[in-house]
Design a protein around this ligand. Structure first.
Ligand code: PLP
Length: 406
């Protein structure tokens, strides 16, 4: 039995007020709140266990190294990766995708080579590929979403040509909530010998993930959306791809030996982790993943599916709301505009007065905004601790905004 009240009690910020109203936090798509266990672990790591990792021989350095390194295995379990050495630790999805762009794609791709993207990618899964377009003449090919926001996996597979070198695709749209059948895309792509990078920033938050079952080559996650600290994250890399990769950033930790004339690199995955990492952030991420796995990803997904259908039913009941993305396979993420002249920013300001936190803007998804023909939307994104009562609070606040702007 999913005890949402108990879960809420684990997140101290949820009991605070904002603008004199109880906080209704519906901005989880941007960043999720943290349970006490994560906050305590971060405090403890600084107060009692802190030192730099890997290089020291003293007690605290060994302790910090042990705690930090244990997270690699937790992430591997969370993603069902075949081995912890397939996990590169980093500061989040943006760094993970840039690593693939600089370390794997840039040395291998030539002018005219193609990368397939969906139109609903986040800028973090667009701009690193634009770099290759600008610098190397790589061609970006876009696959559109259907009017309901769904993405046909076959359309992605059909876009493959002999020039296609990579498919880079999100598992879940941060704007529409659309869940993409990345497994079918990987199966079709594998038949044609094309590697697939999956942006799991949103997907891994809302559903159980098994990278071996998906059979992708890269799967990127970001800790702050997974109820962990900002500045933490990881990318799963299939061993064959990792063997093909060159290091992206150079510095301490990623080397074996450096002389005036030569450098030899550490073994992967350390080869791709230069410099002092986000030690405490990563330790916090490990605790956040433990927390999610204890609650159970299936249970979180079922709770959120219930919230999603309730919210969808209530939002579609308002005929002055234009809901973007109503695909059947959808996470509890809702983007909308209101009839009339009200800008998304004005709507979110009214909601904020009622203690309701949503995001307004382009959501780092320029091509999708263009495809939808809007400049900005309001986005309410739900997480493991949200309730149906909070859906009602959102609706009440939207009704107020509608009255004010009608
Ligand atoms: N991809 C998606 C789908 C996202 O929603 C986000 C964050 O909003 C990112 C990538 C980038 O994540 P980060 O900024 O944590 O690197």
């Amino acid at each position: 039995m999913y005890d949402v009240a108990k879960i809420r009690a684990d997140f101290p910020i949820l009991s605070r007020e904002v603008n004199g109203k109880p906080l209704t936090y519906l901005d989880n798509g941007a960043s999720a709140q943290k349970p006490s266990v994560v906050i305590d672990a971060v405090n403890r790591a600084y107060a009692e266990e802190y030192s730099n990792v890997h290089r020291g021989l003293h007690y605290l350095s060994n302790l910090a190294t042990e705690k930090y390194e244990s997270v690699r295995g937790k992430i591997a379990r969370f993603l069902n990766a075949p081995h912890e050495d397939t996990i590169v630790l980093n500061s989040g999805t943006t760094e993970g995708i840039n690593l693939v762009s600089y370390g794997w794609a840039a040395p291998r791709f030539e002018a005219g080579d193609e990368i397939i993207l969906s139109v609903m990618e986040h800028h973090a899964n667009i701009v690193p590929w634009h770099f290759l377009r600008e610098r190397q003449g790589v061609v970006l090919k876009w696959v559109d979403t259907a009017p309901d926001g769904s993405l046909d996996p076959q359309a992605v597979i059909d876009a493959i040509t002999p020039k296609t070198k990579l498919i880079a695709i999100t598992q879940c749209s941060n704007v529409l909530g659309t869940i993409v059948d990345v497994k079918s895309i990987c199966t079709g792509a594998r038949d044609k010998g094309v590697p697939v990078l999956v942006d799991g920033s949103q997907g891994a938050v809302h559903m159980p993930v098994d990278v071996q079952d998906i059979d992708c080559d890269f799967y990127a996650i970001t800790g702050h959306k997974l109820y962990g600290p900002s500045g933490s994250g990881a990318i799963y890399i299939r061993p064959e791809r990792m063997a093909e990769m060159r290091p992206f950033m150079g510095g301490g930790d990623m080397i074996k030996d450096v002389s005036k004339d030569t450098v030899t690199y550490n073994e992967p995955p350390m080869k791709f982790e230069a410099g002092t990492p986000g030690i405490v952030q990563t330790i916090g991420l490990g605790v956040a993943l433990d927390y999610m796995m204890n609650v159970g990803m299936e249970n979180i997904a079922a709770h959120e599916a219930d919230l999603r259908s309730y919210a969808q039913q209530r939002l579609t009941g308002l005929n002055w709301i234009n809901l973007q993305g109503t695909a059947a396979g959808k996470a509890a993420i809702f983007s909308f505009t209101l009839d009339g002249a009200a800008h998304a920013h004005d709507i979110s300001t009214i909601l904020d007065k009622k203690g309701v936190a949503v995001r307004a803007g382009h959501h780092c998804a320029g091509p999708l905004m263009e495809h939808l023909g809007v400049t900005a939307t309001c986005r309410a994104s739900f997480g493991m601790y949200n309730t149906k009562a909070e859906v009602d609070t959102l609706i009440d606040a939207l009704e107020l905004a509608h009255e004010l702007f009608a």
